[in-house]
Design a protein around this ligand. Structure first.
Ligand code: NAD
Length: 361
């Protein structure tokens, strides 16, 4: 099925209001989740609604919470997200980093104990809108999912990295990916009847490569699929190189932020994020920076395409293309994902009539 962005956003916002988020936060969470779907990252979109709501009910995510400053210097902020909604504490941390970098040329923001931050590229895009370069390292505390290179046991989370560079036009560079060969949510999408993951994305308990989501979720059925139940693991992308980057995420986003490294500890799952913000205006290259960036991007895109229809893209292009397409034609959702969202809405007291009304185009 396919659904337009606006009614989907309305339904999701109402679900989070009923789950206890202040209205402004409920709107924001819905906006970020639907944006993930619009940009083609269904794994980080509305498929997360039942899981976020369950986490709120279990006290593992705290609605209405804002970042607390643990330590601050002119160029450093260490912030505690207090397990608040990632769609609140993530933008708040990014706004602080942007303000400091605009004042001093660069800044480092260490965010600990953030609720699930969703699509990390959102924060790179925020920095780009302010004319800044940014680099983000993220880990997911207490979410052991990924085997290191040469191993068949879980040692990392999916640990995403994002880099944003303004280009001065509508097509900025937004590199944003999980260091796992695929994000956990993509296995969740496959588990719910969506697009299958690549054949070497997972490793089973015996060290054999597979794309069977049960390596992650096991056979048990629950209110939301539980990735701790499987006996296998995700693999990192790029063999030893991706594995090294995943390890760097644990060290920078887990250890340096104080958010915690993944050694199988206690407590709720949360994100740690180390973000660096750089103001290109302070590097003495003046307008040459944007000129060089645009010239180089054009040079890369002028490479002879392997697939003339797809063309040669830079990071960020695919998301922009998908967003334009999905704004025009709607967001594809599997029946199972849609049903799980509607069931969550009903459980929170929305009548079928109210759900229908919210979904009216
Ligand atoms: P992915 O494999 O789809 O890669 C996305 C990146 O590759 C983007 O920068 C995109 O522009 C670029 N890209 C895609 N096709 C391209 C092409 N043809 N040419 C050039 N560049 C291209 O992403 P993923 O690893 O599945 O991650 C999905 C999302 O999950 C990301 O937004 C990530 O931040 C998020 N994530 C979040 C968490 C968390 O804990 N919050 C954990 C893991 C992943």
């Amino acid at each position: 099925m396919s659904i337009a962005a606006e009614p989907l956003r309305r339904l999701v916002a109402e679900i989070f209001r009923r789950a206890g988020c202040p209205p402004e936060e409920a709107e924001r969470v819905a906006r970020y989740l639907v944006k993930a779907n619009l940009t083609g990252h269904d794994s980080h979109g509305v498929i997360r609604v039942p899981r976020y709501v369950a986490w709120i009910e279990e006290g593992r995510l705290v609605p209405g919470r804002h970042v607390e400053v643990v330590l601050e210097t002119p160029v450093i902020a260490v912030l505690d997200g207090g397990h608040g909604m990632g769609q609140t504490v993530g933008p708040e941390a990014t706004a602080i980093g942007i303000r400091k970098a605009r004042e001093h040329g660069l800044s480092a923001v260490a965010l600990r104990n953030a609720g699930h931050l969703g699509r990390i590229g959102d924060f790179a895009e925020m920095a780009i809108a302010a004319g800044l370069v940014s680099i983000h390292f993220v880990n997911v505390y207490n979410s052991l999912l990924v085997a290191p290179f040469g191993g068949a046991s879980r040692r990392f989370s999916t640990n995403p990295v994002a880099i944003g560079v303004p280009t001065g036009d509508e097509g900025p560079f937004v590199l944003d990916f999980a260091t796992a060969l695929v994000a956990e949510g993509k296995v969740l999408v496959a588990h719910q009847g969506g697009k299958p993951v690549p054949p070497d994305a997972l490793v089973d308990e015996h060290g054999r490569l597979t794309n069977d989501p049960r390596a992650l979720y096991g056979d048990a059925a629950g209110r939301y699929p539980d990735p701790t139940l499987g006996k296998g693991a995700l693999r990192t992308f790029g063999e030893h190189k991706g594995s090294g980057l995943a390890l760097a995420c644990e060290l920078l986003a887990g250890a340096l932020t104080g958010s915690g490294v993944n050694t199988g500890g206690e407590g709720p799952v949360h994100n740690g994020m180390l973000s660096l913000f750089l103001d290109p205006q302070r590097f003495g290259v003046g307008d040459h920076f944007l000129e060089d960036v645009r010239r180089f991007v054009a040079w890369v895109k002028s490479a002879k395409p392997v697939d003339p229809v797809e063309g040669v893209l830079i990071p960020g292009d695919k998301e922009r293309r998908t967003e334009a397409e999905r704004l025009a034609h709607g967001i594809p959702l599997s029946e199972e994902t849609f049903r799980a969202i509607v069931d969550t809405a009903r459980r929170l007291g929305l009548s079928d009539g109210e759900i229908r009304e919210l979904l009216e185009d």
